[in-house]
Design a binder for this molecule. Structure first.
Ligand code: ADP
Ligand code: MG
Length: 404
């Protein structure tokens, strides 16, 4: 990959940059700006060299339609505060507003296009649709810089296709992430424990095969745990469940047994009435109970691992030499449902193992709990991207930079 250190002569040039600004929001308030901060080294360096910055980013999953709920307005404001210059937010992605905003840039100015996922072509499976959109993005830049590590596993117009149309470089964040994550793939010290949680159940179940091949122990928490428990014949009440993946989970448990690996599942859980969980307002309006996972009530949702599970997982982490953790153990945004995630984070922070935390929500949880980032080996901005990297997969957004 070509480094932006090579870009010494960019004064007056338009540099089109893909960033990952997919930050957690509570209303319009950004609850963790870690991903925006992570982009600052690249943005500051290019501005200092006199480039005009045109930034592309996404927020949430608006599914190809403009939707004010997913506007990047809060991001533009926060980025402006952090950079100390106003950030001009276009009202659209590639329309008249975007064109005017880019045309108005002076050297060192910063523009942000509206959420690229407002455009149906961005994440289209049809190459031609993505390429057509990428051609319009390319019209906004003389050079392309890829710095959104959290999206480099996506074959999307602003990540992959546009990189083929302009001279393409890796930003400092992408460079750093790749350097650190490589350490986990080349002779990791054992025992090597991978802790998986979070809510993207289908996505994350898909990586388990390959993780079982590299890690010694898989610790499962968060939303995906309940599909595993169902596969073991337990009832999971109203907990997150992917019916289509039960058989696959049974298969993973078999595979682990056959290869001498271990998959650890929660033995107890914090359960609540789903109607009491106000995710947007980040509050629980009712009671939490701790139950063994063999006795999850039919009308309750398991929303965090229980204390016995937390102690078990913490001991496992304490004995490991290498740990990768992706995905909260429960709904960690809500205080009453955050103890399991806090326990895992604490075990990681206190261990001498080389530890990497990956994933937007996991990283946000670690920071929200007030842990010192320095007590972790690395906090990755990418969840899915870091997982796929660890699996040894070719990530489209990195491969395209290597070819450039
Ligand atoms: P990351 O961003 O770290 O990769 P994900 O995006 O996969 O993690 O998942 C984070 C989300 O998972 C959080 O919003 C959290 O509330 C949710 N979550 C974790 N455990 C559960 C659970 N048991 N039930 C429902 N949601 C959960
Ligand atoms: Mg997430």
């Amino acid at each position: 990959m070509k480094s932006i250190d090579e870009l010494t002569d960019v004064a007056g040039k338009r540099v089109l940059i893909r960033c990952d600004f997919n930050v957690p929001l509570k209303g319009e308030e950004i609850t963790d700006d870690g991903r925006i901060r992570a982009a600052l080294p690249t943005l500051t360096a290019l501005r200092a060299r006199g480039a005009k910055l045109v930034i592309m980013a996404h927020l949430g999953r608006p599914e190809g339609e403009a939707n004010p709920k997913y506007s990047l307005a809060p991001v533009a404001k926060r980025l402006g505060e952090l950079l100390g210059v106003p950030v001009a937010l276009a009202a659209d992605v590639v329309g008249a507003s975007a064109q005017a905003t880019v045309a108005a840039l002076a050297d060192g100015d910063v523009a942000l296009l509206e959420n690229v996922r407002f455009e149906p072509g961005e994440a289209s499976k049809a190459d031609a649709e993505r390429e057509a959109l990428a051609a319009r993005y390319a019209g906004f830049g003389d050079i392309f810089v890829s710095d959104g590590f959290g999206v480099v596993h996506r074959k999307q117009a602003s990540v992959y296709d546009v990189a083929k149309l302009l001279p393409a470089y890796a930003g400092y964040l992408v460079e750093r992430e790749v350097t650190v994550l490589k350490k986990l793939t080349v002779h990791p010290e054992r025992p090597y424990v991978v802790v998986l949680g979070g809510a993207k159940v289908a996505d994350k179940l898909a990586v388990i095969d390959n993780l079982l091949a590299v890690a010694d122990t898989l610790i499962i928490g968060g939303g995906m745990a309940y599909t595993f428990l169902k596969a073991e014949g337990l009832e999971v009440g109203r907990s997150l469940l992917d019916e289509t993946k039960i058989a696959a989970c049974a298969g993973y448990l078999e595979q682990a047994k056959a290869t001498g690996k271990r998959i650890l599942l929660p033995v107890d859980a914090r359960v609540a009435d789903p109607a009491d969980i106000d995710f947007g307002g980040r509050v629980l309006n009712g009671e939490v109970a701790i139950v063994p996972t063999t006795a999850i009530p039919a009308d309750k949702e398991a929303a965090d691992i229980g204390p016995e599970t937390a102690a078990l997982y913490a001991a496992e982490i304490a004995a490991a030499k290498t740990v990768f953790w992706n995905g909260p153990m429960g709904i960690s945004e809500i205080a009453e449902l955050s103890a399991g995630t806090k326990a895992v984070a604490g075990a990681l922070a206190g261990s001498a193992a080389f530890s990497v935390v990956g994933g937007g929500d996991s990283a946000a949880a670690v920071r929200a709990f007030g842990f010192d980032e320095a007590s972790f080996g690395h906090i990755s901005t990418g969840g899915g991207a870091s997982l796929e990297f660890l699996e040894g997969k070719t990530l489209p957004g990195l491969a395209v930079l290597e070819e450039a």
